[in-house]
Design a protein around this ligand. Structure first.
Ligand SMILES: [Fe+2]
Ligand SMILES: [Fe+2]
Length: 336
């Protein structure tokens, strides 16, 4: 049986050809039928939109097989979607996040593809624009970041939080682009590591930890010859596990020898990992995590930046509302 996926009509641009057909759902009592509304090649016209409006229909359907094409369509039109003030900040942030999920999954499948790297720059650019000219993105984007740790969601969360924090620090848009790309790609070296190690419930043994520690260099090797990846983004990839006191890896760099962007990454990477559900620990509350980072892990971070980060999240982090109670897990010795 064919499967269908719901989409909202207002994510479609008028008069552009689509690579997927649109359906309407009809029927009741559990006997729903999907009726062809618009052939993709005919495009989605103004008249079609009017027709939907007149019938008060917001929900359209696509064949589930076309989900990838639909997400790619949103990605190609992300600039218009992000600039479309008729959509709420929440709707626009939702598209930004969905597009990133599809992009990251394509990227992990084929990290050597130049096209996928270009797509990373495009996504970051549009997300920077979204963040710069909309005051509501702080809550709408942060609200959407997922609480379950997965390498895809973690990468997107860290990138989104990094862009918002960068804006708070008054960094220029071009610096934000470097940060956004670097953070989105920071753990890409993990694709070389067995999933058994990455998803292992419980603590890693010494050998497994040695394997994990290779991911910054593996990521660097994957990206360093790509012209579309800026050298400042690469600093994040290679240095995001360096600790301010010199105890990190892979080089044991310390203090301000670690690039500012990587010092920012160290904080956000840890924060996101500890506030998410991971295979070896439940999510902790943001306040507890910030306190632990400040009191028990202070050697890892640039404390001045950590203070800024705490001020930036302040009382505003929407994750605070929905976190499960604290657990008594001890601090993991690394963040994923
Ligand atoms: Fe990492
Ligand atoms: Fe990470």
């Amino acid at each position: 049986m064919d499967e269908y996926t719901a989409i909202t009509g207002n994510t479609l641009l008028e008069d552009s050809a689509l690579e997927f057909d649109l359906y309407l759902k009809s029927g009741s009592n559990g006997h729903s039928k999907y009726v062809l509304f618009c052939r993709g090649k005919d495009g989605f016209s103004k008249e079609k939109r009017k027709l939907l409006l007149s019938k008060d229909i917001d929900r359209l359907y696509i064949s589930s097989e076309d989900t990838g094409k639909y997400l790619r369509y949103q990605e190609d039109n992300l600039k218009s979607i992000v600039n479309d003030k008729s959509k709420s900040s929440k709707e626009r942030s939702g598209v930004v996040y969905q597009v990133a999920q599809n992009l990251i999954s394509n990227l992990m499948d084929d990290p050597k593809s130049g096209e996928n790297m270009e797509r990373v720059s495009g996504w970051v650019q549009n997300t920077v624009n979204h963040i710069m000219d909309d005051e509501d993105t702080f809550s709408s984007l942060l609200d959407i970041t997922s609480h379950d740790y997965h390498i895809y969601t973690h990468s997107i969360n860290v990138s989104v939080i990094g862009l918002l924090f960068g804006k708070y620090l008054n960094l220029e848009p071009h610096a934000l682009s470097r940060i956004g790309s670097g953070l989105l790609l920071h753990d890409i070296g993990k694709i070389a590591i067995s999933l058994n190690v990455i998803n292992k419930p419980g603590r890693l043994n010494g050998d497994e930890f040695t394997v994990i520690k290779k991911h910054p260099k593996a990521g660097m090797e994957l990206l360093e010859h790509r012209s579309s990846v800026n050298v400042l983004s690469l600093k994040i990839v290679i240095q995001h596990h360096e600790n301010y006191d010199g105890t990190g890896y892979p080089y044991g760099m310390s203090g301000n020898d670690i690039h500012l962007f990587a010092r920012i990454a160290r904080i956000i990477d840890t924060y996101d990992a500890m506030t998410s559900n991971r295979s070896y620990a439940d999510a902790k509350k943001p306040f507890a995590v910030l306190a632990e980072m400040k009191n028990d892990m202070s050697g890892c971070f640039d404390m001045e930046l950590l203070r800024e980060f705490i001020g930036f999240l302040g009382p505003k982090d929407p994750r605070k509302k929905r976190r499960p109670d604290d657990t008594l897990y001890s601090t993991p010795s690394f963040s994923n």
